[in-house]
Design a binder for this molecule. Structure first.
Ligand code: GCW
Length: 713
């Protein structure tokens, strides 16, 4: 080898070494660029089916799909099947025109199908095939998603089902600038500046996820509504979203600003009895329906927390709602009028406000108005008794608003599975027509014969890759849809199916995770608000403990207004000797709560001022039991940590790490809650922290400083 060839040789060698290095680096970095299981796919992961019996049962039946693709919902159902079956069973079904074969999966719309309602479906298996029948395209789509769920959970695919509630909605509190009121999972999903031209593929995944759990409506914007959403420019953007969601059976609704005729229309007022105002709404509504023929209607927060409303002009809620109802009536639209209304009254009881405001108008609302009521009388606390309005409005349909985003339940760092809370609310016996009159019976229309029914949840979604920030709280979005479809479902069964589709199908791991999930809400209650303590969170941001808060812009935004602590005890007397809010309930429910001796302990401080030395069921004094709950609650977060560690090998690593880290934060914050509440209430009870618990090492003054970190003052 001469010198030159030697030189060439070494150059090539080092070059190839360099290339090798680059290749190695590239290989190593691939995982950074490919998508790990990070939660983006939600419960639509369609993890491979490994069970041989299942494979051989489903494979022949799913090879061919017979469907009439001219219906847009059937078309997306067939698309979903292709995507899902490829992933579940490793092949892509062939889609053929309807009626050309007998073996395989048939998707049929038959408006005369009996035994189901407009959105219901039936899935039935035969020796050679599977048949999905429905009265509408949306029904077919729901049937397909139900089948896919049952394949993944190993359940019987033969199901006939219809939704119990007609309108099953997400309420987004999203603002036009991309922020989300009480949103903890990033920014808004809606990229207003890109719309209407660009449809982010994420909108389609959002629609798929919702359709898979039966959600059929979305209110796109915050109830503290900017009038901007009603401009022609924005309506074009809303139309683009409505068009994208329509095949998935999802209608679009808007929150409206009651003063829009003044703000946008430059009218002198927004008085609902002013004919010019009425005309403005009629014209605006026509403009909307010209663009979006199936537009759902308006959601309205009026005369609440500073929002404009009919009372600004001496009119009533009924005047305001009925004026808007008349505008949407020609198009079959509806008005969802929120009952979250409470005037500041230092001597009053906010608990009573909504009932006092709306009860007199029962029967005075137009027939396309539905009153939207939060589950509890105050505001989405970790545990509330049900709002007395549900049993009070016999002639006005009432819908339920849950909060899926965890404004008062630890934002996106605390693992709280909300299904047990939703279930507790829905199964509450209101006693309105004797015992057994559950809240779900009222919502479904059984109790008072409503023609219109609805259930809504304030969304916990955002631009985070995994949609909800905390991977485990995807289950809360899932729950909302499932329960609005079927209020009889149990929290356990919902958790089970969610875990099997989202995290793992390993039975032992499913059981561990499900058991953890089932405990999370009570654990949160234990370390933040045992025995019905409520509204003791940080001012404004509503995070962390601030039970000492005694001054705010309104008295009913302080903590002391609610817990009424003094040297004798704690709790709000809402019986006849106190605010008498209890009297707003039907007699049977009054009986449940009115006697301190028999009132269920989880609701004690909602209705009674309880003495520190009151004996509890546990045998402990109230003070000792109260303190015990804070300590045990914080300790139980450590149980959750250990249980989560035990499923490490069974869940996708990125999700595992995410939850593991959030649990560390949760523990830290649970201890913060514990120390803050115990130290503060102790200044009133003057009683020691009972053994075996050790008094917090930090002082109350030290703990008080922590909440300021969250204040944006
Ligand atoms: O819970 C309170 C929230 C407000 C919210 C309001 C409401 C949208 O703190 O942020 O405003 O309820 O439900 O209208």
């Amino acid at each position: 080898m001469n010198l030159f060839t030697k030189y060439l040789h070494s150059v090539t060698l080092s070059l190839s070494k360099g290339i090798q290095k680059i290749a190695c680096l590239l290989l190593l970095s691939i995982p950074l660029f490919t998508q790990a299981e990070d939660g983006y796919k939600l419960w639509l992961r369609y993890d491979k089916i490994t069970d041989k019996a299942q494979q051989s049962y489903y494979a022949p039946r799913l090879k061919t799909v017979y469907a009439d693709l001219s219906d847009p919902s059937v078309k997306v159902a067939a698309d979903e099947l292709q995507l899902a079956v490829k992933s579940l069973l490793g092949f892509t079904p062939v889609v053929k025109a309807a009626g050309t074969g007998s073996q395989g999966l048939t998707l049929t719309i038959d408006p005369k199908t009996e035994g189901i309602n407009e959105e219901g479906f039936s899935v039935s298996t035969t020796p050679k095939g599977i048949h999905i029948k429905a009265r509408s395209g949306a029904g077919v789509l729901y049937g397909v998603f139900n089948l896919l769920k049952n394949i993944q959970t190993g359940a019987d695919p033969n199901v006939t089902s219809s939704p119990e509630i007609q309108r099953r909605l997400l309420n987004h509190w999203d603002n036009h600038n991309g922020t989300i009121e009480r949103g903890y999972a990033g920014m808004s999903l809606w990229k207003w500046y890109e719309l209407p031209e660009r449809i982010d593929p994420r909108y389609i995944d959002y629609a798929r996820a919702n359709a898979s759990i039966g959600i059929n409506g979305t209110v796109l914007n915050n109830v503290n509504a900017s009038a901007r959403f009603l401009t022609h420019e924005y309506l074009g953007k809303v139309k683009a979203l409505a068009d994208a969601f329509r095949p998935y059976g999802i209608r679009v609704y808007l929150s409206v600003n009651f003063a829009a005729p003044r703000i946008l229309g430059k009218l002198k007022d927004a008085d609902p009895l002013n004919p010019e105002v009425q005309k403005w709404w009629a014209d605006k509504t026509k403009e909307i329906y010209d663009l979006i023929p199936d537009f759902g209607g308006y959601l309205v927060k009026a005369n609440s927390e500073g929002e404009p409303g009919p009372m600004d002009y001496g009119r009533t809620h009924a005047d305001g709602a009925n004026m808007l109802a008349a505008a949407v009536k020609p198009y079959n639209g509806i008005i969802m009028w929120r009952a979250f209304v409470y005037a500041p009254d230092p001597k009053g009881d906010r608990f009573k406000a909504a009932y006092e405001e709306f009860k007199p108008f029962d029967g005075k609302f137009a027939d396309n108005v539905i009153l939207q009521v939060k589950n509890g009388p105050i505001d989405f606390m970790p545990r509330e008794p049900v709002s007395p309005l549900f049993s009070a409005m016999e002639k006005t349909p009432v819908s339920l608003e849950f909060q899926v985003t965890q404004e008062y339940l630890g934002w996106a760092t605390h693992w709280v599975y909300l299904a047990p809370m939703f279930e507790e609310v829905l199964k509450t016996d209101t006693h309105v027509k004797g015992s057994g009159s559950t809240l779900s019976g009222i919502l479904k229309g059984d109790t008072f014969g409503y023609k219109m029914t609805a259930m809504a949840g304030v969304a916990n979604t955002g631009s985070d890759r995994n949609w909800t920030g905390h991977p485990m709280t995807q289950a809360n979005w899932y729950t909302l849809g499932r329960l609005a479809w079927d209020t009889r479902l149990t929290s356990e069964s919902i958790a089970d199916e969610w875990i099997r589709q989202t995290l793992t199908r390993n039975n032992a791991a499913v059981e561990t995770i499900r058991k953890s999930m089932m405990k999370t809400r009570e654990i949160y209650v234990n370390y933040t608000s045992p025995f019905g303590l409520h509204h003791v969170m940080g001012e404004g941001h509503h995070f962390g403990p601030e039970p000492w808060l005694d001054k705010a812009a309104r008295p009913d935004w302080t903590a002391v207004y609610y817990h009424r602590v003094d040297s004798t005890g704690i709790g709000f007397n809402r019986t006849a000797t106190g605010s008498n809010a209890l009297a707003q309930y039907p007699g049977g429910l009054v009986e449940v709560y009115q006697d301190e001796a028999t009132c269920p302990e989880p609701f004690l401080l909602w209705f009674h001022h309880v003495r520190w030395d009151r004996p509890m069921k546990s045998g402990l004094s109230f003070w000792n039991d109260f303190v015990k709950h804070f300590y045990e609650g914080a300790r139980q977060v450590q149980d959750l940590q250990a249980e989560w560690q035990s499923v490490k090998a069974q869940v996708p690593p990125e999700i595992f790490n995410n939850v593991e880290a959030r649990l560390q934060t949760q523990y830290k914050e649970a201890v913060w809650w514990r120390d803050a509440c115990v130290l503060y209430f102790q200044t009133h009870s003057k009683m020691p922290v009972p053994a075996p618990y050790k008094a917090p090492e930090r002082t109350l003054e030290e703990v008080k400083k922590l909440v300021d970190i969250y204040h944006i003052r």
